[in-house]
Design a protein around this ligand. Structure first.
Ligand code: ACM
Ligand code: ZN
Length: 682
């Protein structure tokens, strides 16, 4: 991680570039915002026919030349107006990815230590040229990334996306200085990369009778042969995958492949059931860790994966193992005994450690979701903290490098606007401003610990994203916000400036054929969440006759009377949960008897993650806290419903009491989690 440096080079001169600058409200129209810049004197008129000169070592010269020519720029050794030059030393630049761009009246020049730096300086120049076609204000920019790992994850398992689609996204992402594309290549819904030694992975486990994940998931969750008339799915042949890796490389992007283990492996265990604990297909998602055949399979697959992907990091998943079959499997039990493993967490950890040794022996590093911490983290592994920033802190304290991607800030499969206005998503609410506001380095870390945060990533899981257009819609512009979080220093960031730039970026992406979210018509958060609500219960004590669910504690025992109503997301710290199979029963003590006219609370339903409206709510009152008089019993017929729904359960009338009780029950049939934000008493 980079820390701040001097922020201004030279003096500021403003007169001659008023036109372009005014259009961009005085800010540099470059995203991610660079580390330091200073306006110069005059304007540089860059002719479309100007020849650019590239001076870099063999391959970089060829890559940059091809890149520019594809964009209609002529490149040749006679070029004088624009020069892209690598040097052994560039003043003020330490990072291989950094650059200095100097634009004067007469020319533009990018200097960098490597091809990557030239590529990024070129992106900055191209953005300035697009923003100021009539003349680029003279400026000097010195720029380096804050983080070395700047990633976007695409889930191509739940719905397969072809090579052309991925290349199109690399075009856009690389232009905003993203340098890692993490591909979630394997999961229950389909295996997506050809492995010669295990043909059934792509002849069978890459195809299913249902086109959408949702139909498949709600059905029998079966696969079918590639030649089946119903077959929907796909995979990358080795040749395609190599072409994709090369395409990425030519945009200074490394593809990080993810091969899930030991869980999320239903498709493998349907194709090769002998690798599961009982050997039965369609029964397991976890590999049997007791069997040596499992390791043979994993090592053979990873050997072929390493042949395709030069990435230093090989992601092995590691998340969400049920671990259930391991508890009774004789092979797993024998392994635990032989290795002195005290529980199934340690058994998972055994697998991860062993796979890490294998990868290390082949010169690679293991990357995994933060569950690889459970049962003891592998010594050199890079941890992707998805279950929250504290998981990243835990990993750092173990001495492991971390990529921060907590669900709350980095899961761009969440709704990006009011759910009622959006295509169905998995849940949550992650608008552009929230991802933009993410700070990957918590201030509890020491400077040395902070060095272990190597980067950040936004993850696009695709359960609810059946089409290519929809995937782009979820990506843009949120991926661009992540790009700025990952590249720019926090002190240089500004939401107002970014928002203005993002509106332009959305227009440009749309012109180039990307299907983006309609940022200019964003609705924003739930109206109720925008201002505190005053009512009789604010600050009053709440007694929990049934416990709230610790998984979503919100503001603890203050949640329901803190005057704060929740937004679109049950994860926003304002919604309190009551776990599936439990119920809600709370009493608010108003401190003295008060006349009452209304008592109500909002609940929500989001079908995907199993959040349901209550089937019954009873509101009652008491003078002494012992004998309660029901005021109302509200029944609601709970339905499976894809619409995200908010509903107020309320009594209105006239009563007088000191204690207010609210009880809520989920429908037995669905057994979902209940979420409520505030009991409003008037
Ligand atoms: C994950 O979202 N299961 C990594
Ligand atoms: Zn087993």
């Amino acid at each position: 991680m980079r820390t701040g440096k001097i922020l201004l080079i030279g003096a500021i001169c403003v007169l001659s570039h008023v036109a372009c600058e005014t259009r961009h409200e005085g800010a540099l129209p470059v995203t991610p915002v660079p580390e330091a810049y200073a306006w110069g004197r005059g304007v540089f008129e860059l002719d479309k026919n100007a020849v650019w000169r590239v001076e870099a070592s063999g391959e970089d010269k060829e890559i940059l030349t091809a890149y520019l020519e594809k964009r209609g720029v002529s490149v040749g050794d006679s070029g004088e107006k624009v020069e892209l030059v690598t040097k052994d030393v560039v003043e003020g630049i330490d990072s291989e990815e950094g650059y200095v761009l100097t634009i004067s009246r007469r020319r533009a020049r990018v200097e960098a230590l490597s091809g990557a730096g030239l590529f990024y300086g070129t992106q900055t120049l191209l953005q300035l040229w697009t923003a100021c076609p009539e003349g680029i204000p003279a400026v000097t920019i010195r720029d380096e990334p804050r983080f070395a790992y700047r990633g976007i994850m695409l889930d191509v398992s739940r719905h397969f996306r072809d090579k052309d689609f991925v290349e199109k996204q690399i075009d856009a992402l690389a232009a905003y200085k993203i340098n890692r594309l993490h591909l979630h290549l394997t999961d229950a819904a389909g295996w997506r990369v050809e492995i010669d030694r295990y043909p059934r992975l792509t002849e069978f486990a890459a195809w299913r009778p249902q086109a959408t994940w949702k139909e498949w998931w709600n059905g029998k969750r079966e696969y079918c042969g590639r030649t089946d008339s119903r077959a929907s799915g796909g995979f990358y042949t080795k040749e395609e995958m190599r072409e994709l890796v090369d395409y990425a490389r030519r945009h200074y992007v490394t593809i990080v492949p993810e091969i899930e283990m030991p869980s999320h492996s239903e498709e493998v265990l349907a194709a090769y059931p002998e690798l599961s604990c009982t050997g039965e297909p369609y029964r397991h998602g976890d590999f049997c860790i007791g069997k040596e055949e499992t390791f043979e399979f994993i090592e053979n697959v990873l050997t072929e994966v390493m042949e395709i992907f030069p990435s230093e990091y090989i992601h092995v998943g590691g998340d969400e193992a049920s671990k259930a079959s391991w508890k009774t499997c004789p092979d797993c039990q024998a392994r635990m005994k032989a290795e002195g493993l005290k529980d199934v967490d340690e058994l998972q950890s055994y697998l991860i450690h062993r796979v890490e040794r294998f990868l290390n022996d082949h010169g690679r590093k293991l990357m995994g979701w933060d569950e690889i911490l459970d049962g003891g983290v592998a010594p050199n592994a890079v941890v992707m903290a998805w279950r929250g920033v504290p998981k990243g802190v835990e990993a750092v304290r173990e001495g492991n490098p971390v990529v921060m991607n907590p669900g709350q800030y980095c899961y761009i499969d969440s709704y990006q606007d009011a759910p009622y206005s959006q295509p169905e998503a998995i849940g949550g609410y992650l608008p552009l401003e929230k991802i933009y506001g993410f700070e990957p380095v918590p201030d509890t870390l020491s400077p040395e610990e902070a060095e272990l945060i190597i980067g950040t990533e936004a993850n696009l899981f695709a359960e609810y994203i059946p089409t290519a257009e929809h995937m782009e819609y979820m990506l843009y512009p949120r991926a661009i916000a992540l790009a700025e979080v990952a590249w720019s220093l926090p002190g240089n960031k500004s939401w107002e400036s970014f928002h203005r730039r993002a509106l332009r970026i959305v227009d440009e992406l749309r012109k180039r054929g990307y299907n983006t979210f309609d940022l200019k018509n964003e609705i924003g958060n739930r109206e109720e969440a925008k201002a505190p609500v005053a009512h009789l219960g604010v600050g009053k004590t709440v007694k929990y006759n049934a416990p709230a669910w610790e998984a979503y504690p919100a503001a603890g025992e203050r949640t329901l009377t803190d005057g704060l109503r929740g937004g679109w997301n049950y994860n926003d710290g304002r919604w309190q949960a009551f776990a599936a199979g439990e119920w809600m029963d709370v009493v608010i003590d108003l401190g003295e008897e008060r006349p009452l006219h209304s008592i109500g609370a909002d609940f929500m339903q989001i079908y995907g993650p199993g959040v349901f409206l209550p089937e019954r709510v009873v509101i009652s009152v008491s003078a002494d806290g012992e004998k309660y008089t029901p005021l109302v019993k509200i029944e609601h017929k709970v339905r499976r419903d894809d619409q995200v729904t908010f509903k107020r359960y309320e009594w209105t009338g006239s009563a007088s009491a000191r204690y207010v009780r609210m009880e809520a029950d989920a429908a037995k049939e669905f057994g979902g989690v209940l979420f409520t934000d505030e009991i409003v008493i008037k």
